[in-house]
Design a protein around this ligand. Structure first.
Ligand SMILES: N[C@@H](CCC[C@H](N)C(=O)O)C(=O)O
Length: 276
Protein backbone atom coordinates (compact mmCIF):
# COMPACT_ATOMS: atom_id res chain seq x y z
CA UNK A 1 0.00 0.00 0.00
CA UNK A 2 1.40 3.41 -1.01
CA UNK A 3 0.18 6.33 1.09
CA UNK A 4 0.37 10.03 0.27
CA UNK A 5 1.09 12.16 3.35
CA UNK A 6 1.91 15.72 4.42
CA UNK A 7 4.61 16.40 6.99
CA UNK A 8 3.51 19.25 9.28
CA UNK A 9 4.57 20.96 12.49
CA UNK A 10 3.08 23.19 15.17
CA UNK A 11 5.90 24.79 17.18
CA UNK A 12 8.11 21.84 16.30
CA UNK A 13 5.60 19.21 17.53
CA UNK A 14 5.61 17.28 14.26
CA UNK A 15 2.97 15.26 12.45
CA UNK A 16 2.40 12.97 9.52
CA UNK A 17 -1.06 13.96 8.27
CA UNK A 18 -2.96 11.57 5.99
CA UNK A 19 -6.09 12.27 3.96
CA UNK A 20 -8.20 9.17 4.64
CA UNK A 21 -11.17 10.62 2.72
CA UNK A 22 -9.65 10.54 -0.76
CA UNK A 23 -7.45 7.48 -0.22
CA UNK A 24 -8.34 4.20 1.37
CA UNK A 25 -6.16 3.94 4.49
CA UNK A 26 -6.18 1.29 7.23
CA UNK A 27 -3.21 1.39 9.57
CA UNK A 28 -2.37 -0.90 12.45
CA UNK A 29 -0.18 0.07 15.43
CA UNK A 30 2.93 -1.54 13.90
CA UNK A 31 2.56 0.50 10.67
CA UNK A 32 2.03 3.70 12.67
CA UNK A 33 5.20 3.04 14.71
CA UNK A 34 7.07 2.46 11.42
CA UNK A 35 5.83 5.74 9.87
CA UNK A 36 6.67 7.62 13.10
CA UNK A 37 10.17 6.13 13.33
CA UNK A 38 12.77 8.88 12.66
CA UNK A 39 15.36 6.43 11.29
CA UNK A 40 13.35 3.85 9.34
CA UNK A 41 10.17 5.82 8.52
CA UNK A 42 9.14 9.48 8.05
CA UNK A 43 9.41 10.50 11.70
CA UNK A 44 6.81 12.30 13.78
CA UNK A 45 5.50 12.74 17.31
CA UNK A 46 1.91 11.99 16.21
CA UNK A 47 0.12 10.72 13.11
CA UNK A 48 -3.20 12.34 12.17
CA UNK A 49 -5.88 10.70 10.03
CA UNK A 50 -8.40 13.03 8.37
CA UNK A 51 -11.75 11.29 7.86
CA UNK A 52 -15.36 12.12 6.93
CA UNK A 53 -17.48 13.43 9.83
CA UNK A 54 -19.59 11.15 11.99
CA UNK A 55 -22.05 13.83 13.18
CA UNK A 56 -24.36 15.84 10.96
CA UNK A 57 -23.10 19.26 11.99
CA UNK A 58 -19.38 18.45 11.67
CA UNK A 59 -17.15 19.04 8.63
CA UNK A 60 -14.61 16.28 9.34
CA UNK A 61 -13.45 13.75 11.86
CA UNK A 62 -9.81 13.46 12.75
CA UNK A 63 -8.02 10.71 14.64
CA UNK A 64 -4.76 11.02 16.57
CA UNK A 65 -2.08 8.36 17.09
CA UNK A 66 1.03 8.76 19.23
CA UNK A 67 4.43 7.66 17.89
CA UNK A 68 4.12 4.46 19.98
CA UNK A 69 0.99 3.51 17.98
CA UNK A 70 -1.57 4.28 20.72
CA UNK A 71 -4.73 6.10 19.65
CA UNK A 72 -5.65 9.14 21.79
CA UNK A 73 -8.49 11.66 21.95
CA UNK A 74 -6.91 15.12 22.00
CA UNK A 75 -3.99 17.00 20.45
CA UNK A 76 -3.78 20.79 20.50
CA UNK A 77 -0.96 21.31 17.99
CA UNK A 78 -2.48 18.53 15.90
CA UNK A 79 -5.85 20.33 15.80
CA UNK A 80 -4.20 23.46 14.37
CA UNK A 81 -2.23 21.39 11.82
CA UNK A 82 -5.43 19.52 10.89
CA UNK A 83 -7.13 22.89 10.16
CA UNK A 84 -4.18 24.12 8.07
CA UNK A 85 -4.18 20.77 6.20
CA UNK A 86 -7.87 20.80 5.18
CA UNK A 87 -7.52 24.44 4.06
CA UNK A 88 -4.24 23.92 2.13
CA UNK A 89 -5.60 20.77 0.45
CA UNK A 90 -8.84 22.61 -0.46
CA UNK A 91 -10.91 20.02 1.41
CA UNK A 92 -12.92 22.99 2.72
CA UNK A 93 -13.10 26.74 2.15
CA UNK A 94 -14.66 27.41 5.59
CA UNK A 95 -12.66 29.60 7.98
CA UNK A 96 -14.51 28.08 10.95
CA UNK A 97 -14.29 24.29 10.94
CA UNK A 98 -16.18 21.84 13.14
CA UNK A 99 -14.41 18.55 13.67
CA UNK A 100 -15.42 15.33 15.43
CA UNK A 101 -12.73 13.88 17.70
CA UNK A 102 -12.80 11.16 20.33
CA UNK A 103 -12.76 13.99 22.91
CA UNK A 104 -15.95 15.51 21.43
CA UNK A 105 -16.42 18.23 18.81
CA UNK A 106 -13.84 20.98 18.41
CA UNK A 107 -14.29 24.29 16.59
CA UNK A 108 -11.23 25.67 14.81
CA UNK A 109 -10.92 29.19 13.41
CA UNK A 110 -8.41 30.24 10.78
CA UNK A 111 -7.37 33.80 11.66
CA UNK A 112 -6.44 36.57 9.19
CA UNK A 113 -2.79 36.46 10.32
CA UNK A 114 -2.50 32.73 9.51
CA UNK A 115 -2.69 31.51 13.12
CA UNK A 116 -5.39 29.04 14.15
CA UNK A 117 -7.55 29.41 17.26
CA UNK A 118 -8.98 26.19 18.69
CA UNK A 119 -11.81 25.85 21.18
CA UNK A 120 -10.19 23.01 23.14
CA UNK A 121 -13.27 22.27 25.24
CA UNK A 122 -13.94 22.45 28.98
CA UNK A 123 -11.23 21.10 31.31
CA UNK A 124 -12.28 18.34 33.74
CA UNK A 125 -10.92 18.06 37.25
CA UNK A 126 -12.70 15.07 38.83
CA UNK A 127 -10.17 12.25 39.31
CA UNK A 128 -12.48 9.77 37.55
CA UNK A 129 -12.60 11.97 34.44
CA UNK A 130 -8.81 12.37 34.16
CA UNK A 131 -8.49 9.35 35.01
CA UNK A 132 -6.45 9.53 38.25
CA UNK A 133 -6.76 7.00 41.06
CA UNK A 134 -7.29 9.44 43.93
CA UNK A 135 -10.34 9.38 46.23
CA UNK A 136 -11.25 13.04 45.76
CA UNK A 137 -10.44 16.15 43.72
CA UNK A 138 -7.63 18.40 45.02
CA UNK A 139 -5.80 21.49 43.81
CA UNK A 140 -2.54 19.54 44.08
CA UNK A 141 -1.74 15.88 44.63
CA UNK A 142 1.35 14.34 46.20
CA UNK A 143 3.12 11.11 45.34
CA UNK A 144 6.40 9.63 46.62
CA UNK A 145 8.76 8.42 43.92
CA UNK A 146 11.99 6.73 45.04
CA UNK A 147 11.63 8.51 48.38
CA UNK A 148 11.17 11.96 46.78
CA UNK A 149 7.93 13.88 47.26
CA UNK A 150 6.42 15.04 43.95
CA UNK A 151 3.54 17.54 43.93
CA UNK A 152 1.40 18.00 40.82
CA UNK A 153 -1.90 19.38 39.52
CA UNK A 154 -3.98 17.03 37.39
CA UNK A 155 -6.76 17.61 34.89
CA UNK A 156 -8.19 16.38 31.60
CA UNK A 157 -8.18 18.47 28.42
CA UNK A 158 -9.83 15.52 26.68
CA UNK A 159 -6.52 13.76 27.46
CA UNK A 160 -4.83 13.36 30.85
CA UNK A 161 -2.27 15.88 32.16
CA UNK A 162 -0.14 16.21 35.31
CA UNK A 163 1.58 19.57 35.83
CA UNK A 164 4.58 20.02 38.11
CA UNK A 165 5.82 23.51 39.05
CA UNK A 166 9.60 23.90 38.88
CA UNK A 167 12.11 26.63 39.75
CA UNK A 168 14.47 25.99 36.84
CA UNK A 169 12.99 24.87 33.51
CA UNK A 170 16.39 24.07 31.95
CA UNK A 171 17.36 21.52 34.61
CA UNK A 172 13.86 20.12 35.27
CA UNK A 173 14.00 16.28 35.28
CA UNK A 174 11.68 16.05 32.24
CA UNK A 175 12.95 12.73 30.84
CA UNK A 176 13.56 10.90 34.11
CA UNK A 177 10.54 12.02 36.16
CA UNK A 178 8.29 12.40 33.11
CA UNK A 179 8.90 8.79 32.10
CA UNK A 180 8.19 7.46 35.61
CA UNK A 181 5.01 9.50 36.11
CA UNK A 182 3.74 8.82 32.56
CA UNK A 183 3.27 5.15 33.44
CA UNK A 184 2.63 5.46 37.19
CA UNK A 185 -0.22 3.19 38.43
CA UNK A 186 -2.05 6.32 39.69
CA UNK A 187 -2.82 7.04 36.02
CA UNK A 188 -4.56 3.97 34.55
CA UNK A 189 -4.50 5.45 31.02
CA UNK A 190 -0.99 6.91 31.48
CA UNK A 191 -0.48 10.69 31.51
CA UNK A 192 1.22 13.63 29.78
CA UNK A 193 3.60 15.30 32.26
CA UNK A 194 4.20 19.07 32.08
CA UNK A 195 7.01 20.93 33.90
CA UNK A 196 6.02 24.58 34.33
CA UNK A 197 8.03 27.59 35.48
CA UNK A 198 5.78 30.56 36.28
CA UNK A 199 7.57 33.67 34.98
CA UNK A 200 4.94 36.29 35.91
CA UNK A 201 1.13 36.45 36.07
CA UNK A 202 0.81 36.34 32.27
CA UNK A 203 3.56 33.99 31.18
CA UNK A 204 5.03 30.58 31.88
CA UNK A 205 7.73 28.36 30.45
CA UNK A 206 6.75 24.75 29.84
CA UNK A 207 8.35 21.46 28.84
CA UNK A 208 6.20 18.38 28.34
CA UNK A 209 6.98 14.67 28.48
CA UNK A 210 4.19 13.36 26.28
CA UNK A 211 2.42 10.07 26.79
CA UNK A 212 3.45 7.78 23.93
CA UNK A 213 5.98 10.21 22.41
CA UNK A 214 8.48 11.27 25.17
CA UNK A 215 9.58 14.95 25.37
CA UNK A 216 8.34 17.03 22.41
CA UNK A 217 9.20 20.60 21.38
CA UNK A 218 5.63 21.65 22.22
CA UNK A 219 2.35 20.19 23.45
CA UNK A 220 -0.80 22.24 22.80
CA UNK A 221 -3.11 20.39 25.17
CA UNK A 222 -0.24 20.48 27.72
CA UNK A 223 -0.03 24.27 27.31
CA UNK A 224 -3.80 24.51 27.96
CA UNK A 225 -3.51 22.22 31.00
CA UNK A 226 -0.57 24.21 32.43
CA UNK A 227 -2.35 27.56 32.00
CA UNK A 228 -5.53 26.15 33.58
CA UNK A 229 -3.55 24.67 36.51
CA UNK A 230 -1.79 28.02 37.09
CA UNK A 231 -5.08 29.96 36.92
CA UNK A 232 -6.71 27.47 39.34
CA UNK A 233 -3.80 27.98 41.75
CA UNK A 234 -4.40 31.74 41.58
CA UNK A 235 -0.93 32.35 40.13
CA UNK A 236 -1.95 33.40 36.59
CA UNK A 237 -4.31 35.81 34.83
CA UNK A 238 -6.94 34.47 32.44
CA UNK A 239 -4.83 35.02 29.31
CA UNK A 240 -1.43 33.38 29.41
CA UNK A 241 1.55 33.18 27.07
CA UNK A 242 3.00 29.68 27.26
CA UNK A 243 6.61 29.50 26.04
CA UNK A 244 7.61 26.02 24.92
CA UNK A 245 10.98 24.94 23.49
CA UNK A 246 9.47 25.22 19.95
CA UNK A 247 7.73 28.60 20.40
CA UNK A 248 4.78 30.29 22.13
CA UNK A 249 1.04 29.71 22.38
CA UNK A 250 -1.63 32.07 23.65
CA UNK A 251 -4.06 30.36 26.04
CA UNK A 252 -7.27 31.98 27.31
CA UNK A 253 -9.65 30.53 29.92
CA UNK A 254 -12.47 32.26 31.77
CA UNK A 255 -12.67 29.67 34.56
CA UNK A 256 -14.60 26.53 35.54
CA UNK A 257 -17.30 25.46 33.09
CA UNK A 258 -15.73 27.50 30.24
CA UNK A 259 -13.81 26.27 27.22
CA UNK A 260 -10.08 26.85 26.85
CA UNK A 261 -8.98 28.73 23.70
CA UNK A 262 -5.55 28.11 22.21
CA UNK A 263 -4.02 30.27 19.45
CA UNK A 264 -0.84 29.50 17.52
CA UNK A 265 0.74 28.60 14.18
CA UNK A 266 0.54 25.47 12.03
CA UNK A 267 2.92 24.82 9.12
CA UNK A 268 3.11 22.36 6.20
CA UNK A 269 6.71 21.24 5.64
CA UNK A 270 6.56 18.85 2.66
CA UNK A 271 4.46 16.16 0.99
CA UNK A 272 5.54 12.64 0.19
CA UNK A 273 4.58 9.02 -0.33
CA UNK A 274 5.47 6.00 1.77
CA UNK A 275 5.21 2.32 0.87
CA UNK A 276 3.83 0.09 3.63
N1 LIG B 1 1.14 16.87 21.08
C1 LIG B 1 -0.16 16.92 21.50
C2 LIG B 1 -0.73 15.85 22.38
C3 LIG B 1 -0.71 14.48 21.70
C4 LIG B 1 -1.38 13.39 22.50
C5 LIG B 1 -0.73 13.11 23.81
N2 LIG B 1 0.62 12.64 23.70
C6 LIG B 1 -1.58 12.07 24.59
O1 LIG B 1 -1.22 10.89 24.61
O2 LIG B 1 -2.60 12.46 25.17
C7 LIG B 1 -0.72 18.30 21.74
O3 LIG B 1 -0.24 19.23 21.07
O4 LIG B 1 -1.69 18.45 22.49
Amino acid sequence: MRIHFTKMQGLGNDFVVIDAINQSVRLDARQIRFIADRHFGVGCDQLLLVESPVSENADFKYRIFNADGSEVAQCGNGARCFARFVLDQSLTSKRSIVVDTDAGQLVLNANEDGDITVNMGVPRFEPKQIPLLMPEEALVYTVFLNGDQVTFSALSMGNPHAIICVEDIETAPVSALGKVLESHPLFPERVNVGFMKIMDRQSVKLRVYERGAAETLACGSGACAAAVAGIERGALERVVSVQLPGGSLKIAWQGRGHSVYMTGPAVSVYEGQIEL
